[in-house]
Write a protein that binds this ligand. Structure first.
Ligand code: FES
Length: 177
């Protein structure tokens, strides 16, 4: 496997005038999230969830704003946001399909599921379709190894996922997990 490098030193953070953390979000973080934790570090995860829930992803500027709010370093926020796959650091599609690639799912046909989505949508894992409808992710263990293969479709976990079900999801059908 080739190492991927990123140009951290020369990376320009896209900025906009409107804050990502609105006044009401800041109030919620200050009054509802922060008091639950002894240290500010404890507030990072729930605050990131709040930001992603509001915007669909977590912009770098939002991480800087959160760091200021929590009295932490931006690197503390980036470390957390970039460690967990559930956090999106770039805009994603309306429907995010995250197929588990850990060992149980790998043994039970995860590759066929990934290939099916790749071929139908013409995207690779961690890419989004041009129309913004779908993002394909590969994820680590979803904690349901006994019902492999599994995938997360937005917030719903699908166990024993079949190609037929996946096809219906891509057709836009509302199917239950
Ligand atoms: S390996 Fe896929 S859910 Fe555990």
């Amino acid at each position: 496997m080739a190492w991927k490098t990123k140009p951290s030193g020369s990376f320009e953070i896209p900025r906009r005038d409107t804050p990502w953390i609105t006044e009401s979000m800041a109030t919620e973080i200050r009054e509802k999230i922060m008091p639950r934790y002894e240290k500010s570090m404890g507030s990072i995860m729930p605050s990131l969830h709040a930001i992603q829930h509001e915007h669909g992803y977590i912009a770098y500027q939002a991480m800087i704003e959160l760091a200021t709010l929590l009295g932490l370093k931006p690197a503390d926020i980036l470390d957390t946001a970039s460690f967990y796959e559930e956090f999106h650091l770039e805009p994603v599609g309306k429907c995010v399909i995250g197929i588990c690639q850990s060992v149980a799912c790998e043994m039970c046909g995860h590759q066929a599921l990934v290939d099916y989505v790749r071929n139908r949508l013409d995207i690779e894992p961690h890419e989004t379709t041009d129309d913004g409808k779908f993002t394909l992710l590969t994820l680590e263990c979803l904690g349901a190894c006994d019902t492999a293969p599994c995938a997360l479709v937005n917030d719903d976990r699908f166990d024993n996922l079949t190609l037929e079900q996946l096809g219906r999801i891509l057709d836009g059908e509302q199917i239950t997990s």
